[in-house]
Design a protein around this ligand. Structure first.
Ligand code: VGL
Ligand code: ZN
Length: 210
């Protein structure tokens, strides 16, 4: 493959999703060494960040409710979360390990207080775009390799959108970690992504595709 058409996407590798953060992913820090190891294989690396205003619709406290409770959103049910990834806070910052990586561009999602955004392309109502899809197309990127957090939310919804947008999509399995609010949700997400056409692979297999 022409390396110019490949990109590594690191989703939501932010302090608040680490085991010590506001919305912890168990073992979320375990994927950092995997991601650092594969970065040199890519000439384009993009990060995404969950980047919420303090009055964000997904924060339980803004509805007088507890995290994991739900409200009816405009379309889907909205799961309520603890306050996390508030714009310009340390919790919303990328994990410090990424400072040694050259990141071509950072993308931000969930910036509209009225609508949540799991996908790194569009918000959950498909109204707002983060600009990622447009940027990738403009730069003739064709193959997207996903890593980061969380397998069952951000990565799942991003991968489904990426496939619909016509990209060839790879998910580097052990470079991703799920939230697993329900048991095995990460495994189900991987099956769903594969059913829709994503290629699920181990980082050891990357050389076959790059
Ligand atoms: C996410 C929970 C809350 C995600 C964002 O993008 O995976 N999950 N906010
Ligand atoms: Zn969020």
């Amino acid at each position: 493959m022409n390396p110019k058409v490949n990109a590594l996407i690191i989703t939501d590798l932010q302090n608040d999703f680490m085991p010590w953060g506001a919305l912890p992913v168990v073992g979320g820090d375990g994927i950092i060494p995997v991601i650092l190891k594969i970065c040199p294989l890519f000439s384009h690396i993009y990060t995404t960040q969950d980047w919420h205003p303090i009055n964000h619709v997904s924060f339980a406290i803004n509805h007088g409710k507890k995290p994991r409770e739900t409200i009816q959103g405009h379309g889907d049910i909205q799961i309520l979360w603890p306050v996390h990834c508030v714009q310009n806070t340390l919790g919303a910052a990328l994990v410090p390990h990424l400072q040694r990586i050259t990141i071509e561009k950072h993308f931000f999602k969930g910036t509209n207080s009225l609508v949540d955004s799991y996908s790194t392309f569009f918000d959950n109502e498909k109204k707002g775009s983060t600009g990622l899809g447009e940027y990738l197309k403009k730069h003739k990127i064709k193959n997207l390799f996903f890593s980061g957090l969380t397998t069952d939310y951000c990565i799942l919804y991003s991968v489904l959108d990426a496939l619909k947008e016509g990209f060839t999509v790879f998910v580097i399995q052990e470079a991703c970690k799920g939230l697993n609010l329900q048991p095995e949700e990460d495994k189900k997400a991987l099956v769903q992504m594969q059913d829709q056409g994503a290629i699920i692979l181990h980082s050891k297999e990357l050389s076959k595709y790059l």
